[in-house]
Design a protein around this ligand. Structure first.
Ligand code: SF4
Ligand code: SF4
Length: 109
């Protein structure tokens, strides 16, 4: 082994490094389906969504509770984490996996 080999040359991958390209990163995607008829309007799903995808609708269900809906413009923002599904005490939400899409730079700024 040459004595001139430094730690940097040893650790460097054989094919070199490429700059990080955000356009090649795919974002997992989901779509929450909300059963508004059994929602009790607790708001847990809205509070615990890490992306802020959900908000209360303007209307109420047959029991008089405001139920969540996807915010306008956030239709592709859900990352399929399933948090809203897990925290709903009424089992009113089911999240379905959708094909991943490239990140929008505006999502990470
Ligand atoms: S699955 Fe996750 S990101 Fe999508 S709406 Fe539910 S809590 Fe938000
Ligand atoms: S967590 Fe369930 S019951 Fe509570 S607001 Fe969301 S959908 Fe309705």
């Amino acid at each position: 082994m040459s004595s001139k080999r430094t730690l940097q040359t040893v650790l460097m991958p054989v094919r070199g490094r490429n700059p990080f390209n955000i356009n090649k990163v795919l974002k997992p995607r989901g779509r929450p389906h909300i059963n508004s008829n059994i929602c009790k309007g607790c708001g847990f799903c809205i509070e615990f969504c890490p992306i802020g995808v959900l908000e209360f609708s303007d209307t109420v269900n047959p029991w008089g509770y405001q139920y969540p809906r996807i915010k306008p413009g956030m239709e592709d923002a859900c990352v399929n984490c399933g948090m809203c599904e897990r925290v709903c005490p009424e089992f009113a939400i089911e999240v379905f996996e959708e094909p991943p899409i490239p990140y929008k730079v505006s999502w990470v700024e």
